[in-house]
Design a protein around this ligand. Sequence first.
Ligand code: C5P
Length: 419
Amino acid sequence: MTSGHWMAFSFRLPHMLAGKNIALGVTGGISVYKMCTVVRLLKKAGANVRVMMTQSAAEFVTPLTFSTLSQEEVVVSLWPENKKTSTNLGVKHIDIGLWADVMLVAPATANTIAYIAHGNADNIVSSTVLALRCPLIIAPAMDVDMWENRATQDNLTTLRERGYFILPPESGELASGLTGMGRLPEPETIVDFVNGVIVKTPQDLKKKKILVTAGPTHEPIDPVRYIGNRSSGKMGFALANAAALRGADVTLVSGPVSLGTPNNVKRIDVETAEEMYGAVMAYAKKQDVIIMAAAVADYAPAEQAKQKIKKQHATMTMELRSTPDILRALGEKKTKKQILIGFALETENELANAKIKLQKKNLDLIVMNSTKDKGAAFGSDTNVVTLIDTKGNVSALPKMPKFDVAVEILNRAVKEFNR
Ligand code: C5P
């Protein structure tokens, strides 16, 4: 079963919890007891914590315990206690959503995960999630069969694609007596993960416009066939998500892929290199950063057959024409303030070829990956890249999740802004 190790955290990350506002949604599972320690650790680290509980969570541990630990009122109901004065009380699920720097739902039951995936808002936790503007972390905990159920896994895929962080459960003894995946990780692991999300989503791209391209392009041969590069679009989508989480105004121009759109990302779907060129050029001028992560086809059939080509001969010759080089065109028009980032997938002489591309296309940064690297395969959730800038700085990053690669690339863009 895939647990989606989508983001790796390291103990070497700086501690960023002090002064941060953390909304905690507790839902009903036996592991609620661990969350008492989580609240204590977060408070000890200097964070402000506001706890919301579903009715079933309150069956396991009383709200009084959490309010004592958090030194804040705990919200269990969507409804104000004094209904007569409700208009003066504010709307809690909106208030807490706006107050939070990060929200954590832990333990997240299969039911709550389904609620969030489908936009249900009939309790304080799921409605706060729906009104949320900050990053959301979901820490599932449940019995192994519920965890492995396709419904739960499909819901988690939806949530991951939307840009939420999933802290996978651990394997071990479960409350049911069964053994398997489903245990809520230990409090220290949860707190570390929250800290990691804060480190990776600084609000340093507010008011910046970022355009990202992703996926392959399909160049039609006839009405049913095409020429294209192998590309899942995952790297570009991770970039769009990471930028949106940092507050940027993100436009994602995507070729044909089967991925959901991250929250707060404006997506434009295209098929061909020509269409991608058109879409990118229409938005390019106003962008602060443009990142071309798409695997654009370099050649397209010179002519597109109107009908499906019949299988007639043992061999077939097709004339191809080159497609517009979008990145090169962007490099030629680049304004002084604009940051232009390209990708280079090489199979040989990687570094030398990437450096040539950086210069030829007038880029600020090139992200090189090689087909030789393990863990950098098409469709993989991890990538192994080397970043090369105009001053000749070369940094080879270790294998890491594509989201973390995106964070590193955006860190470079922020550095350029600050120069
Ligand atoms: O020259 P090459 O195709 O290897 O360069 C790769 C980089 O150029 C990628 O960033 C890719 O998105 C971009 N590119 C482009 N238009 C093309 C081909 C590649 O923008 N027609």
